[in-house]
Design a protein around this ligand. Structure first.
Ligand code: ZN
Length: 215
């Protein structure tokens, strides 16, 4: 005796997989046989967990082309072992060439961080975004429109997460070893699908400042 609605939902998952299996079976390019043997993606994507921002689709890529880590509001928190493990594997083992931190306009996580409301356990995660707000409080407070306020903080948050990634020993050691690695900040417009490049790509530790750049 199960819940009818849940059973139907589960059925939808399995039906979806049957269609995928069919698609894979009809693909004659040999790429799925190749993928089964291993991966060598060139991109690490760090995005928001939001269901509307699927990494692969947004950059028009296929399975095997993007290594992905997603969490609430695409945060790169220095002590987050999950993010650090993904980053280390992507950079040190897979040797990705590009890391994309991808925020999205209208991000609920950032909007929540700008409010004084409590949402539960997530409040402690959102504190990392409040920390970013503190760096840019003057600019944000000067914006009158609420939506624009959130969207500006979304851009600034991505910029800060790019910086956070670049200060990790993982990224800096890759540069030290002359690995070609660029860290980009982008914001997705869900309505148009367009990626807004924040044009703050970092290619080396030269401009990180002396406290952050390892010798
Ligand atoms: Zn989001």
């Amino acid at each position: 005796m199960g819940n009818k609605e849940l059973e139907l939902g589960f059925q939808k998952i399995m039906d979806g997989n049957r269609s995928w299996v069919e698609f894979v079976k009809n693909d004659n390019s040999g790429r799925f046989e190749q993928l089964a043997k291993g991966q060598s993606p060139e991109i690490l994507w760090i995005g928001c967990a939001d269901s509307r921002v699927p990494a692969n689709e947004i950059v028009g890529s296929r399975p095997g082309e993007v290594f992905v880590h997603r969490n609430i509001a695409n945060m790169c928190v220095h002590s987050d072992m999950s993010m650090l493990s993904v980053l280390d594997y992507a950079v040190t083992v897979l040797k990705v060439k590009h890391i994309v931190v991808a925020g999205h306009y209208g991000c609920g996580g950032v909007a929540a961080a700008l409010s004084r409301q409590q949402f539960g356990v997530i409040d402690n995660w959102l504190c990392h975004i409040k920390d970013v707000y503190r760096l840019y409080a003057e600019e944000i407070d000067n914006i009158q429109n609420e939506e624009e306020k959130v969207n500006r903080l979304i851009e600034l948050n991505v910029k800060e997460q790019v910086f956070n990634l670049c200060t990790t020993s993982i990224v800096q050691n890759a540069w030290k070893n002359n690995q070609n690695l660029a860290v980009h900040g982008m914001v997705i417009d869900i309505a148009t699908g367009k990626l807004n490049d924040l044009k703050n790509t970092i290619y080396s530790n030269e401009k990180l400042g002396k406290v952050f750049a390892f010798k």
